[in-house]
Design a protein around this ligand. Structure first.
Ligand SMILES: *Cc1c(COP(=O)(O)O)cnc(C)c1O
Length: 385
């Protein structure tokens, strides 16, 4: 992905087809004159290849769906008409979601191809070029990326040294930059902290535009703003099914006052939720208890992982309300070396050591199965001794 020049070179297939291999210099020049400079300068969102081994880098649920649910999905997909565009009326899915996730009756709903798409739609519908998108930082990298792709200016307000929300700094930054959109990940990725209600409320009250409460990890936090949404006309709640066992489906939803939702809906690509995703989701939601049970396992696993990490020498495990734990390796070996040593043992975690000064020597470890959690702790014990 990063070696774009090599990837773009025509392969044997292209030559067989009689295509003229692009002359490198001319093509480079054309691309340089055509593609936006900021896009050319950046590296693509890193998606590590799925290796065999233990994958604890992306907050995926480690549990597959039970066979009975999969059989139900198979039947639902078999009966799905692929020759037709998705229906405009999502009534059945909307109702199932409202019930499964306790969405207030008076709130509007918008669906996205992953909540990543909804983040784009929010910025696109609110921001003219140069307008500000603001978030505590470090937080979810896609807030920054989506803002920049959509020609907005991103302002990240640094967390405190112990990775907590700096409310006075947030309020000052809101006053100074007058952001169109404020994103708050609750709990925050990658640090795991859940910002206090009073601080979130103060930000919602101070923000001049829209505040997005991103509850991607709500199932593990046991906390939500959803029921308060009707009393928070300046805020919307963003959710995803990715972290509760359905990352492959690509489905997110945005709840908020219908007046916000109808504006944001205008920039949504038509048919953005495909019929297979809709059918599979409707089916899975009939088995919502399975998802809840898996989330409960992961919450228990998080406690075991966090206490195991905290017991290691020179390791700080930050309190997490998500299905992951951020750990700082302040001794020798540090974060980069530990990340590499885990990789050698075929254990994949996310390395933030060089991502931001506040995250120096930090690795984010997704909660896996009890066996996977034990394996990563055993490996770390070995690496650190
Ligand atoms: C993972 C994550 C998302 C993205 O979820 P998708 O629905 O898979 O696009 C959104 N927000 C936060 C804070 C996340 O960590």
């Amino acid at each position: 992905m990063n070696g774009a020049r090599t990837a773009a070179a025509p392969g044997p297939g292209a030559r067989d087809a009689g295509l003229r291999p692009a002359t490198g210099d001319a093509l480079d020049k054309r691309i340089a004159a055509t593609v936006r400079p900021d896009i050319r300068a950046m590296t693509a969102y890193p998606v590590p290849s799925a290796s065999q081994g233990i994958k604890l880098d992306a907050m995926e649920c480690p549990y597959p769906l039970p066979d009975a649910v999969r059989d139900d999905i198979a039947r639902a997909l078999r009966d799905t008409a692929l020759n037709r565009y998705p229906a405009a009326d999502n009534g059945e899915l909307t109702l199932a979601l409202r019930q499964a996730f306790d969405i207030p009756a008076q709130s509007g709903l918008l669906f996205g191809n992953g909540s990543d798409e909804l983040i784009h739609l929010i910025v696109q519908s609110c921001c003219q070029p140069g307008d500000t998108v603001l978030s505590p930082w470090p937080s979810f990298v896609y807030f920054d990326m989506a803002a920049r792709f959509d020609h907005a200016r991103f302002v990240g307000v640094p967390l405190t040294a112990d990775l907590q929300l700096d409310l006075p700094a947030m309020l000052r930054a809101i006053d100074q930059h007058r952001p169109k959109v404020v994103f708050l990940a609750l709990p925050n990725n990658p640090t795991g902290g859940l910002w206090p209600d009073a601080a979130v409320q103060a930000i919602v009250d101070a923000a001049p535009g829209l505040v997005v409460l991103d509850e991607a990890y709500q199932a593990f936090a046991g906390h939500t703003w959803m029921p308060r949404l009707p009393h928070l006309p300046q805020a919307v709640v963003l959710r995803t099914v990715s972290k509760i066992g359905l990352a492959g489906l690509r489905f997110g939803y945005l709840a908020g006052d219908p007046a916000w939702i109808s504006q944001i809906d205008k920039v949504r690509p038509p048919y953005n939720i495909n019929v297979l995703t809709q059918a599979a989701l409707r089916t899975v939601l009939r088995h919502k208890a399975v998802l809840d049970e898996q989330a409960a396992h992961l919450r228990a696993g998080r406690a075991a992982l966090a206490s195991g990490l905290a017991a290691l020498p020179n390791v700080t495990a930050y309190p997490s309300a998500g299905n992951f734990v951020l750990a700082r390796f302040s001794g020798k070996p540090g974060g980069n070396a530990v990340h590499l040593a885990l990789k050698t043992r075929k254990i994949l975690v996310k390395n933030f050591s060089d991502a931001h000064p506040l995250l120096a020597d930090c690795l984010r470890i997704s909660v896996g199965t009890p066996d996977e959690n034990r394996a990563v702790l055993d490996a770390l014990q070995d690496i650190l001794s």
